[in-house]
Design a protein around this ligand. Structure first.
Ligand SMILES: [Zn+2]
Length: 80
């Protein structure tokens, strides 16, 4: 017999599995997790967001693209 904790754990597992599948299914989806801060300027953000706005996203994407092009060595950008 399933108690509430079991059901919660099960729901969480389904959620994780679905988000994993979604990430794999969409080749355009960026492989980055929300960190609780903007990935570009490190401004604190609410969890599901990864950038403050489109310009941060675009700049981050541009940096990411050039990092890919140059063989993705360790990022040494010191953006404060
Ligand atoms: Zn930002």
């Amino acid at each position: 017999m399933a108690n509430e904790a079991d059901q919660a754990a099960e729901a969480e597992e389904v959620f994780l599995r679905v988000s994993l599948l979604n990430a794999q299914a969409d080749p355009n989806k960026l492989e980055v997790e929300p960190e609780g801060e903007c990935l570009f300027c490190f401004e604190p953000l609410a969890k599901p967001r990864r950038w403050c706005d489109k310009s941060c996203m675009d700049d981050w994407q541009a940096a990411e693209d050039s990092a890919m092009r140059y063989g993705r060595k360790s990022p040494d950008k010191s953006v404060e």
